[in-house]
Design a protein around this ligand. Structure first.
Ligand code: UDP
Ligand code: MG
Length: 304
């Protein structure tokens, strides 16, 4: 029988672990697969870890990895994938928003020969908040425009990955992971299916607005260097404009109303000041990426 590795990142999901465990167990009770459920405790500060310890003692199919601190959702997924030895991996969130009853469908497509079966969140008004819907749509539009990567809106970290592709992902040592992009980037036969996300029943979303922004910027700068070109283009355009300004300055000087230029000077100064800061910021983002990659620290540290 084929072995399916289920990977679930957990960050303060004490109320959700047991329900998820039961649902997964139920799904597999009618399937012809061996499975193993691995939780990655991403430095939870609630009772998640004790709950996991307890569960592991009860059921030999349960495993867990506990990080020494919070390393982030994407690194938790990577840790789960790194330890996988099964024929495929299925990743799903620990908050039950990714319905386990979709697992048989994922497996069905896998059996048909797809190497990656990813899921798309259907944008149901009720389940996905207005803000999340709009910001997510905007993000994918921007990402597709900037990166050479076709990503559908509503992509989620709920997917099945074949062993062959898992091996490749295990070998990557990329920092600031953006799995959605990476999985698309590896290629192979892929298929997307849509699902209705559930409401988060307990606990709250760990992705605050700032975290989401950071994640979006990480995603874009991981897959595109076009923002750097933008900086260069803007630089060229504005230096052309400033050449046009020289005759105006000269005429003003010779025809004697030079002092009246104060307003325009201030305006130009503040404008270019802002533009330069913005461009430096973009360059800084990429430099920061080189910096973290050069240090090559581990993506996560396992405590237990
Ligand atoms: N998560 C994690 N580390 C973090 C943040 C989140 O392991 O630093 C887990 C979290 O427990 C959940 C999944 O990642 O299982 C998705 O997080 P969440 O549901 O908060 O995100 P949202 O669904 O709101 O995008
Ligand atoms: Mg969630």
């Amino acid at each position: 029988m084929k072995q399916v590795d289920i990977i679930v990142p957990i960050y303060n999901e004490e109320e959700n672990i047991l329900t998820l465990y039961q649902e997964v167990k139920e799904v597999f009770s009618v399937l012809d697969y061996n499975y193993q459920l691995t939780f990655i405790d991403d430095g939870s500060t609630d009772q998640s870890l004790p709950v996991l310890r307890h569960l592991k003692a009860q059921d030999p199919l349960i495993h867990y990895i506990s990080f020494s601190r919070n390393f982030g959702h994407q690194n938790a997924l990577k840790a789960g994938m790194d330890q996988s030895t099964g024929d495929c991996v299925i990743t799903l969130d620990g908050d039950l928003q990714h319905p386990p009853e979709l697992i048989p469908t994922l497996l069905k497509y896998w059996e048909e020969g797809y190497d990656v079966v990813y899921t798309l969140r259907s944008e149901n008004e009720k389940e996905v908040g207005f803000f999340k819907r709009i910001s997510s749509r905007l993000f994918y539009r921007l990402l597709n425009r900037l990166a050479d990567l076709e990503m559908e809106k509503g992509s989620a970290d709920f997917r099945l990955i074949n062993k062959k592709v898992v091996r490749i992902l295990q070998g990557l040592e990329e920092h600031e992971l953006f799995f959605r992009g990476l999985v698309k980037w590896v290629g192979f036969r892929q298929v997307g299916i849509s699902y209705e996300p559930r409401l988060r029943t307990s606990g709250q979303s760990k992705y605050t607005f700032l975290k989401m922004m950071r994640f979006a910027i990480q995603g874009i700068t991981s897959f595109s260097t076009k923002p750097l070109y933008l900086a260069a283009y803007l630089g060229i355009i504005f230096s052309l404009f400033s050449v046009l300004y020289v005759p105006y300055a000269l005429i003003s000087y010779f025809f004697g109303h030079a002092i009246s230029g104060w307003t325009s000077v201030i305006m130009i100064m503040t404008f270019f000041g802002g533009l330069q800061l913005c461009i430096l910021g973009i360059i800084g983002l990429y430099l920061g990426k080189v910096f973290t990659q050069a240090k090559n620290r581990p993506l996560y540290i396992i405590k237990e």
